[in-house]
Design a protein around this ligand. Structure first.
Ligand code: 8YV
Length: 323
């Protein structure tokens, strides 16, 4: 039998993915959780793998790429987002690169709806109260949430995930607005109203949800000026990337009631987000788990391995990342 290709794993994967990897590849040490960038580069230099499998947010920057041994032919990220990778540096070294679009769309959209509902209906505060044993009857006007039915949801970034969020939100009776680099065709809009810029859309949004990638252009786009454009008491949801948000401005808006509540799955500083954000009673927070179901994480891992096998066999990649 030909020698099994050497694969360096940055994070442990689901059991089904691990079983496939252990059968078809020679693995370096299997990380308990997630390697640091330094550990990844050190392991790569020691082990000289043909393939590297990572997930966001484990970064591979230009300086890391420069240190990789020449054995590396493919890097597969188990994520749709690629902001943790220096794409020109990787491709510039002739290393093939893939991500995992599509397979996580539904679960990420489900999580966005969970955040919308949890923020609107004060899930964090109710959970805290129940953990304390509840204890006394609530007045009819006490701890009230916001009705989502009939409300207007604004989506920034109407790609695969944004469209899946719109589809679900329509089922909850919400009206959909969106801003995107380009307008969708009528068959994909399903009646959603297009705005050429977020600035024009924000004054009309009861709920705002972000579904665009992090990039130099989108960094901090949700700042004090943008939050002030929302109607007072709006709900804000982010299951995309923390870097899209100026968190100081968001904290201020949540404190003074400009934003009534936020549902946040992503943060600037993961895995140690700004405590002032987490401590706010009107923040419902989750630890970057948009794709975190057994089914989806297995689909993502399998797609990453499909890409690695294709690259090592000199076949076209199923889901390549290109420049
Ligand atoms: C993470 C994600 O990769 O796909 C993405 O871009 O952010 C997620 O799916 C996953 O949660 C591992 O951190």
């Amino acid at each position: 039998a030909p020698p099994r290709p050497r694969l360096l794993l940055g994070q442990r994967q689901t059991p089904a993915v691990m079983a496939r990897l252990q059968k078809d590849f020679t693995l370096f040490a299997i990380p308990e959780t997630q390697m640091t960038p330094t550990e990844l580069v050190t392991a790569a230099r020691e082990f000289a793998p043909e393939a590297i499998m990572v997930s966001s947010p484990l970064p591979i920057r230009a300086a890391d790429v420069a240190q990789l041994p020449p054995s590396v032919r493919v890097i597969a990220t188990v994520s749709v987002g690629t902001d943790h990778l220096d794409i020109p540096a990787i491709l510039g070294r002739g290393i093939a690169l893939s991500n995992t679009p599509d397979v996580l769309t539904d679960c990420n959209a489900d999580l966005a709806l969970m955040l919308i509902l949890a923020a609107s209906r004060r899930a964090a505060e109710y959970r805290d109260l129940m953990k304390q044993g509840w204890g006394r009857g609530l007045a009819m006007d006490e701890m009230l949430g916001v009705r989502v039915t009939g409300k207007t949801l604004g989506i920034i970034g109407m790609g695969r995930i944004g469209r899946a969020v719109a589809q679900r939100a329509r089922g909850f009776g919400m009206k959909i607005l969106y801003s995107n680099r380009r307008r969708l065709g009528a068959e994909d809009e399903h009646g959603a109203q297009y705005f050429a810029t977020p600035e024009e859309m924000l004054p009309h949004c009861d709920i705002l949800s972000l579904h665009l990638p992090a990039s130099a252009a989108s960094d901090g786009m949700i700042n004090a000026r943008m939050l002030a454009l929302l109607p007072r008491g709006a709900i804000f949801v982010n299951a995309a990337r923390g870097a899209l948000v100026d968190e100081q401005a968001l904290i201020a808006a949540l404190r003074d009631g400009q934003i009534a509540a936020a549902g946040l799955d992503v943060f600037r500083n993961e895995p140690t987000p700004d405590r002032r954000l987490l401590d706010l009673p009107n923040v419902f927070a989750t630890p970057h788990v948009g794709s975190a179901t057994m089914e989806t994480r297995t689909d993502m891992g399998m797609l990453a391995v499909d890409n690695i096998e294709a690259a090592l066999a000199n076949r076209p990649l199923p889901t390549p990342v290109t420049a």
